[in-house]
Design a protein around this ligand. Structure first.
Ligand code: UD1
Ligand code: CA
Length: 467
């Protein structure tokens, strides 16, 4: 295939978004819409990607600081033709260019590649991607003679006859570089919007006896662009469906796919079941044969095989095979749960390494901790990691048993096999196999209740509970 450079037009102001964020930086399925377009261009084989940006240049550039893309600036938005002209210098070493729009993130690498292959096969000078739509309002209409595209008429400049045409311009093109810039040099802005239309280059190419053809998409879905929040939501739902459909094709069960949110880079293994309400975000990877039950939010987390996770939030953690989490667990960043760990309801973990088979079943806070294997952490245990100035670490070695409602005042180490009596506040290290008990000894005062009653009520018997 021919080499080509992709030019992405993204200088439009996006006023209808009513946003402080540049339009093309709004996210669709976890990534800025522009990123999807860049990825499609690269996926189709672009050897270079040039992005035409306007007044938001700095805010956009900083996002792609480590990305192999180049930027050119269009100081004033004078139309799509004017926008492409700004890239002339940047593309001059490439024999072909593909033009895309930064606010049309549903474009696929397959369609771009299809258009480039068609352009080559037809030995065309320009190829316009088109589609037939049921409602062509707002789109440029394709004026054809057989295979040839003679002109593109913008909606605002079309005659009533032309408005009836339902084949429209997708605004994705493949051009011979020299020909398109020669034509752009001749376009005028004598139209209803006083803009330099890229689409006017088509008529000029025809006048110069160049071959302009249409590459027609069978499905117009990719034409959905984003100008406002409603279109953003529509594009999101289309891309979401693509992502979930692909996962289902690969063997993942979604009980109610319409209720789930899955970002574009999320990976899920086969025979995993996703229950309604899951939010799977960022670089999350889930292994095979897991169940993600109910509304879970899982961000940038790696989960092994055979895990069961219910109604839980997990952010930037690593979960090994056979782990059970939830319901109602909060795993904050930097936790690593080894195989067969169980973390139950109303437990919060932060920066905690938890060894194989350890159980933290209920109502605990475990922060800044290193836990060994096969530990049992009783209900209501608190790892007291913060003294108001600094965070301190707690180490719990293998096979420790921590009784309910214990406080571990860090820094502290519970050596292997030690046993903490329920209700203890542990401030000192506990040696191997020792009992750590740190609470006042119980005293029972015989007849105390009766004496109290006599004092307050003058001799009536009972337990004093009549409130
Ligand atoms: C354009 C096409 C129309 C097509 C439609 C598909 C033209 C004249 N018309 O119309 O035929 O059916 O797309 O969506 O090309 N941009 C710049 N600088 C500018 C103007 C626009 O970079 O000065 C960028 C925008 O950011 C956007 C893209 O070019 O990404 C398209 O511009 P837009 O104004 O949305 O064109 P449409 O009127 O939708
Ligand atoms: Ca548009």
């Amino acid at each position: 295939m021919k080499e080509f450079t992709a030019v992405i037009l993204a200088a439009g102001e996006g006023v209808r978004m009513k946003s402080n964020i540049p339009k093309v930086m709004h996210k669709v399925c976890g990534k800025p819409m522009l990123t999807h377009v860049i990825n499609a261009a690269k996926g189709a084989g672009a050897n270079k990607v040039i992005i035409v940006v306007g007044k938001d240049a700095d805010k956009i550039k900083e996002v792609y600081i480590n990305e192999d893309v180049e930027f050119v600036i269009q100081e004033k938005q004078m139309g799509t033709g004017h926008a492409l002209m700004q890239a002339e210098n940047a593309v001059k070493n490439s024999s072909h260019i593909v033009v895309l729009c930064g606010d049309m993130p549903l474009v696929t690498a397959e369609s771009i590649k299809g258009m480039v292959d068609f352009h080559e096969k037809e030995m065309a000078d320009a190829t316009v991607m088109t589609a037939k739509v049921s409602d062509p309002t707002g789109y440029g209409r394709i004026i054809r003679e057989g295979k040839k595209v003679l002109d593109i008429r913008e909606h605002k400049d079309a005659t009533p006859e032309e408005l009836k045409i339902n084949e429209v311009n997708a605004a994705f093109y493949c051009f011979n570089t020299v020909d398109i810039f020669a034509s752009l040099a001749k376009i005028q802005n004598d139209n209803s919007q006083k803009e330099y239309y890229l689409t006017d280059a088509i008529k000029i190419l025809n006048q110069e006896d160049k071959k302009v053809v249409a590459f027609e998409l069978s499905d117009p879905e990719e034409l959905n662009g984003i100008n406002d929040r409603k279109q953003l939501a529509k594009v999101q739902s289309i891309m979401q469906k693509r992502i979930i459909d692909k996962l289902m094709e690969d063997g993942v069960t979604f009980i109610n796919p319409d209720t789930c949110m899955v970002d574009c880079d999320v990976k899920i293994g086969k025979d995993t079941t996703i229950y309604p309400g899951a939010m799977l975000e960022g670089s999350t990877t889930i292994g095979e044969n897991c169940s993600i039950i109910g509304p879970c939010r899982i961000i940038d987390t790696t989960i092994g095989n055979d895990c069961e996770i219910a109604m839980t939030q997990i952010n930037k953690c690593v979960i090994e095979d056979g782990v059970k989490i939830g319901p109602y667990t909060n795993l904050r960043p930097d936790c690593r749960l080894s195989q067969k760990v169980k973390v139950g309801d109303f437990v919060e973990l932060k920066n905690a390494k938890v060894g194989e088979g350890t159980k933290i079943p209920h109502l605990s806070y475990v922060g800044d901790a290193v836990l060994g294997k096969h530990i049992n952490i009783g209900c209501g245990t608190v790892f007291v990691n913060y003294d108001g100035y600094k965070k301190h670490q707690t180490v719990v070695e293998d096979n420790v048993f921590i009784g309910c409602n214990s406080n571990l005042i860090a820094p502290v180490t519970l050596k292997a096999g030690s046993f903490i009596a329920a209700g203890s506040t542990i401030t000192d290290d506990v040696p191997e196999n020792a009992l750590g008990i740190a609470r006042a000894r119980q005293v029972n005062k015989t007849g105390w209740v009766i004496k109290r009653k006599q004092k307050f009520e003058g001799g009536i018997s009972g337990n004093g509970n009549q409130a």
